[in-house]
Ligand binder design. Structure first.
Ligand SMILES: *Cc1c(COP(=O)(O)O)cnc(C)c1O
Length: 397
């Protein structure tokens, strides 16, 4: 891993207006002051344990493994975190930095609503005012998450601009930050200007710190592959982090190819994107012919982001990780397969990673091991799954 002034190879950096740059510099100083500070870490890990419910299990999915035939599949159960996904790991870290900086108001953007919910919860816990920006279409798709945030005292601002999805919410949240430079911006994925991708990596690496120890305890060796879905890339970077120097471990990121790469209805940033500037960073992104950021699509609100974290862009080019895709259909089928074999209902986002594991496992030997990061639980997605199945009735049950 290279991280020189916020660059991962040619990717990353910070492309923001001057007033924001000043805040980012302050944030970087605070982060560097506390990231190895024993008292800070004790507080952070205390909340991870007693508030988020870590450590999360590394579960041997024996029934799924038997069903597929091939490599042993282990599931890293981030779905069992408080609030149902990996998002809280990062939010707790950032909120504790905000507290150190004396902040009393936080701003966040959210796509699926998961990051908004985690931010609202942490803000409630630390008595901070919380404003969450969310695309109007996503507000509609994720009503329960909106209500959850409101119950926890946050104000949710629907954003009508553009396609009314995550990218527009990011713009609106950024504008709100420009208007209140005293607020703390809680960023939800391993994206944005430096130092956010590095901060989010740091607070998500707990996933692989645990899984590495757990697999060594259970199997006495490292896995052959670690698979995670990639929206902005935070659960994937957390799932990969502690294996980066173990070159025998394949790292595989799975993007949403939506309705297929031959359509425009996908979010396959690294497969189809080009290098450019988006949301204050240099990375692979999907652009229209006129240079504007493209409208992207996935059945999962958490994966339809047109950019990707700069560290993933770097891993793609360096070859340290491979990036592939799963369609809506692949993901729904994987969700059903895991539900039926293991009684675990994964988030549609996580189901993209499972789809790749389901494809890969039968091509591997029974003594090989795959770890799949189950980034979240699927309770929030039940309605989307029902709608999908109703529209696609040619499925054989
Ligand atoms: C937000 C979310 C994602 C996508 O975000 P990353 O930053 O790519 O991890 C994936 N899974 C779940 C359950 C999410 O809530």
């Amino acid at each position: 891993m290279t991280n020189n002034n916020g660059y991962f190879g040619q990717f990353g950096g910070s492309f923001v207006p001057e007033p924001i740059q000043k805040l980012l510099d302050e944030l970087e100083t605070t982060f560097n002051t506390y990231k190895d500070d024993p008292q800070f870490l004790e507080e952070y890990h205390g909340y991870l344990k007693d508030y988020a419910g870590r450590e999360t299990p590394l579960y041997f999915a024996q029934s799924l493994t038997n069903y597929l035939g091939g490599a042993k599949i282990y599931l890293k159960r981030e779905d069992l975190n408080h609030l149902g996904s990996h998002k809280l790991n990062n939010v707790l870290g950032q909120i504790l930095l905000a507290k150190r900086m004396g902040k009393t108001r936080v701003i966040a953007e959210t796509g699926a609503g998961q990051h908004g919910v985690a931010t609202a919860a942490a803000a409630a816990r630390f008595g901070m005012e919380c404003d969450v920006y969310m695309g109007a279409v996503d507000v509609e798709r994720q009503k329960l998450n909106v209500f959850r945030m409101e119950l926890m005292g946050a104000t949710v601002h629907p954003v009508d601009a553009g396609t009314g999805t995550l990218k527009n919410a990011v713009d609106a949240a950024f504008a709100a930050w420009m208007e209140d430079l005293n607020a703390f911006y809680v960023l939800g994925s391993a994206v944005g200007p430096h130092p956010y991708p590095t901060i989010v990596h740091e607070f998500q690496k707990v996933i692989s710190e645990e899984s590495r120890r757990q697999i060594l305890e259970k199997e006495g060796r490292l896995p052959d592959a670690v698979i995670a879905c990639v929206g902005g890339g935070s659960n994937a970077i957390g799932a990969f982090s502690e294996y980066i120097n173990d070159h025998e471990v394949k790292l595989i990121g799975v993007e949403a190819t939506g309705k297929g790469l031959d359509t425009h209805m996908h979010a396959a940033t690294m497969e189809k994107g080009t290098v450019g500037i988006i949301d204050g960073m240099k990375t692979y992104s999907l652009f229209k012919d006129n240079g504007e950021v493209a409208d992207v699509y996935s059945i999962s609100a958490g994966l339809d982001y047109p950019g990707v974290g700069p560290e993933h862009a770097f891993f793609k080019d360096s070859g340290r990780a491979q990036y592939t895709g799963a369609t809506d259909e692949d993901a729904i089928n994987a969700l059903i397969t895991l539900s039926k074999t293991e009684g675990i209902l994964p988030a549609i986002e996580s189901s993209h990673a499972l789809a790749e594991a389901i494809r890969l496992a039968p091509t591997m030997n029974p003594d090989q091991i795959i770890i799949v990061n189950v980034s979240g639980r699927g309770d929030k997605d039940v309605q989307s799954v029902m709608d999908y199945l109703e529209k696609n009735t040619d499925r054989n049950e």
